[in-house]
Structure formats: structure tokens, C-alpha cells
Design a protein around this ligand. Structure first.
Ligand code: AMP
Length: 403
């Protein structure tokens, strides 16, 4: 596996696919710059070595969110809003090309001097990007001598800038950026080299989003903890009364099948015994504790209960490898955050005692951040969909293209 560490960039132009798909407020202030900061080590390494850098990224979904007159909203989806912040973080001027493949942008990248940086406009202004179109990818490729992919969050997509562009570079001239390399190494450690016992904690809203992961984890995990909204589909399938709790009525058979398969494979699936139930979906709802097989009509489970927490904590604290994806309840509401927070603390404790813990995929990352525990777990992944697909056992096209 080639990484930025194994290639010399002196007097070379590096074309780096970064993930600058950051959120903005209405005045185009960046509200969370985690993704930009995550790309800095790779950029800095190349500049320090005497290379120049051409950055490309997507931002949002400009072709899906057209203006009322049917044209692309080039203001809203422009990467130009990133220039100032990126320049401040790097302490350097960042040049900007108003397009990602036109002649002007080619001239700008061709005249870059060692130590200079050019940011290209949003690759998704072209429909060819998401189609992974070969000619478009070739035009992108002509911006660099070496292709570096540091956008793990987009590695599950066979788009032009994330995958197809790599076809234009020889094996020696393409590599993983630091972030990408770390993401792949950490996910691989859990998926293929997990110290036992290996416990996967899955939560969030829907069974259907997580079913492929559960199926793959049945081959490698010792314990699978299931919490959050998705747990109630399992209780319903087992013949329980779940009141108004979240349920996917068409997934009941699947839920039972998963439980059967786990039994046959000797994998322990732990469902929460009890829940904090509420009379409405509201932080100020009236609450009580309920056994999950007997939730009264009109009530809904919004967090795991104390018995469930105690059981889950014990399993987590005895684990050597932990994968966590998805909250245990509606943690965004303070009155239903206790389950998720307790599990986050248990993962942090296990990590302190030598376990390797990987947290990833959307809301569990938001949860460890909310509880200020991100630095108490072994690794927090930046990849939502990409990480999920990795754990579903799929080959990520953006990763395969670099090998
Ligand atoms: P996901 O994106 O599938 O990981 O789901 C995360 C979302 O699931 C969060 O917004 C949580 O608020 C929500 N969630 C977790 N537990 C429950 C629950 N018991 N009832 C309703 N929503 C839930």
C-alpha cells in the first residue's frame, strides 16, 4: 500500500482528492471544519517537501438541488467559501480555479510553483463526476503528476474524482493520504485482526440500514449489542407489545432470522431488557421505565433502561475490540441521552483498560463529541457511509483503485 509517506513529492504536483463537504451557516461561515483539519497533515507534508498541491472535492449535491429556474446554484455550492479558512489554517495563500477542468484551471495548475496550492471548484458541478465518466476523469488527472486520495468519506463511491481518476496514474504515482491510510488501517484492524472478545454495538433508527453489517458481523463478532430505535423491531418480532415505538413492520421476519443465525453461529446478540418510555416524542414528555416486551399502548421507547445499561456495560468492559455505530436512544434530547452517554463512558473505560475501540458512522460520532469523549476512544472515523460499507464486507472502489 503506497501512502504519502512512501512517495517523494519534491518538484511534483500532487492532485489530492479531499473531503471538503463541510456544513455552512447562511452567511457561508463554516460551522464544523473537522474535515478540513483532517486533510491538513497530507497537504502540509507535500508542501514541506517542495511539492505543489491541487485540491479537488465535492460540496453538497448541486445537481440534485437546482435553483427554481433549473440552473446550478453556483454560489451556494461553491468551494470558494472555503478559501479563507483553509488559507488561515495553512498560513498560506490558496489559489482558486472557478472550474475543475476548464482551460483556465489547467493553466493555473500547470504554472503552480513548489509550495503553492490551488483549490479547484466543486467537482459535482459536472454530471460526469457522479457517473464516473472516463474523459472527465482524465481531465481531472491532468492537474497532477501524483494522485493522492485522502477522502475516505467518499471512498465507497466510484465517482470520477474518487476512483476513476486513479486509472490515469501508474501504481508508483498514486497513494493514500494520511487520513485515508489511518481510516483503512483502523477499520481493517477491527474487521480482520480483532483481538477477542470482539463486541459490536449497533444502534440508531432502522434495522434496514444496519442489516448488512449485522449479517457480516455474525461471521466475526463475539457479541452484538443492539440498541436505539432498531431494537423495537426485534421485540415486536418476538411477540412483544412495543406501543408506539419505532418499528419496521416489513423487517420482522428478518429480525427473527438474524436471531436464529446468531444462535447457530454462537454469536451473542444482546437486546436491551428495558427502556425509558415516553408519552410523546418530546424532551419534556412524561416518562417511565418499562420492560421491552410490555410497552403500554400510546408510549414509546426513547432510550435504553438501567438494566440494559448495566448488562451492556459489563459486556463492553470485558471486550478487547469494540466497534460502535449508532446511538442507544434519542441522545439529541437531554432526557433521553443517558443510555448513549453510559455506553460511551463504558467504551472509554474499556479503552483505558487496553481495548481497541473504533467509533464511526454519523450519529455515534456526534454522540462521543457531545459527551467530550472523542479522545478517550482509540479511533473516531470520519467516514459515514464508507465505514458502514467497509463493515458490510464490501470492497470500497476508492480504496481498490489505489492498490
Ligand atoms: P441512524 O442514523 O440510523 O444511526 O439513527 C440515528 C438516529 O436514531 C438519531 O437521530 C436518534 O435520535 C434516533 N433514535 C435512536 N433511538 C431512537 C428511538 N428509540 N426512537 C426514535 N429514534 C431513535
Amino acid at each position: 500500500m503506497q501512502t504519502v509517506e512512501t512517495i517523494s513529492f519534491k518538484n511534483k504536483r500532487a492532485l489530492i482528492r479531499v473531503d471538503f463537504n463541510v456544513p455552512f451557516d447562511k452567511q457561508f461561515n463554516i460551522t464544523d471544519d473537522t474535515r478540513i483539519k483532517a486533510a491538513l497533515p497530507t497537504i502540509q507534508k507535500i508542501l514541506k517537501e517542495g511539492g505543489s498541491v491541487v485540491l479537488m472535492s465535492h460540496l453538497g449535491r448541486p445537481l440534485k438541488k437546482l435553483k427554481e429556474d433549473g440552473t446550478i446554484d453556483r454560489e451556494k455550492f461553491s468551494l470558494k467559501h472555503i478559501i479563507k479558512h483553509l488559507s488561515d489554517l495553512l498560513g498560506k495563500e490558496v489559489k482558486f480555479a472557478n472550474d475543475c477542468i476548464d482551460e483556465d484551471s489547467q493553466a493555473m495548475s500547470a504554472s503552480l510553483q513548489p509550495g503553492e496550492i490551488l483549490l479547484l471548484e466543486n467537482t459535482r458541478f459536472y454530471k460526469e463526476e457522479e457517473k464516473g465518466e472516463e474523459n472527465f476523469a482524465k481531465k481531472l488527472a491532468s492537474h497532477g503528476d501524483i494522485y493522492v486520495n485522502d477522502a475516505f468519506g467518499s471512498a465507497h463511491r466510484a465517482h470520477a474524482s474518487t476512483t476513476i481518476v486513479a486509472n490515469s496514474f501508474s501504481k508508483e504515482n498514486k497513494c493514500f493520504g494520511y487520513l485515508m491510510a489511518a481510516e483503512v488501517a483502523n477499520a481493517d484492524k477491527v474487521l480482520h485482526k480483532a483481538a477477542k472478545p470482539f463486541t459490536a454495538i449497533l444502534g440508531g433508527a432502522k434495522v434496514s440500514d444496519k442489516i448488512l453489517i449485522i449479517e457480516n458481523l455474525l461471521n466475526i463478532a463475539d457479541n452484538i449489542i443492539i440498541g436505539g430505535g432498531m431494537a423495537y423491531t426485534f421485540f415486536k418480532a418476538k411477540g412483544g407489545n412495543i406501543g408506539n415505538s419505532l418499528v419496521e413492520a416489513d423487517k420482522l421476519d428478518l429480525a427473527l432470522e438474524v436471531l436464529e443465525r446468531a444462535k447457530a453461529k454462537g454469536v451473542q446478540i444482546l437486546l436491551p431488557e428495558d427502556s425509558i418510555i415516553a408519552d410523546k416524542f418530546d424532551n419534556d414528555a412524561v416518562t417511565q421505565i418499562s420492560d421491552n416486551m410490555n410497552i403500554p399502548d400510546g408510549w414509546m421507547g426513547l432510550d435504553i433502561g438501567h438494566n440494559a445499561i448495566a448488562t451492556f456495560e459489563e459486556v463492553i468492559e470485558n471486550s478487547k475490540t469494540i466497534l460502535w455505530n449508532g446511538p442507544m436512544g434519542v441522545f439529541e434530547m437531554d432526557n433521553f441521552q443517558n443510555g448513549t452517554k453510559s455506553i460511551a463512558l463504558a467504551v472509554a473505560d474499556a479503552t483505558k483498560n487496553g481495548a481497541f475501540s473504533l467509533v464511526g458512522g454519523g450519529d455515534s460520532v456526534a454522540a462521543v463529541n457531545k459527551f467530550q469523549l472523542a479522545d478517550k476512544v482509540s479511533y473516531v472515523s470520519t467516514g459515514g457511509g464508507a465505514l458502514l460499507e467497509f463493515f458490510e464486507g464490501k470492497t470500497l472502489p476508492g480504496v481498490a483503485a489505489l492498490l
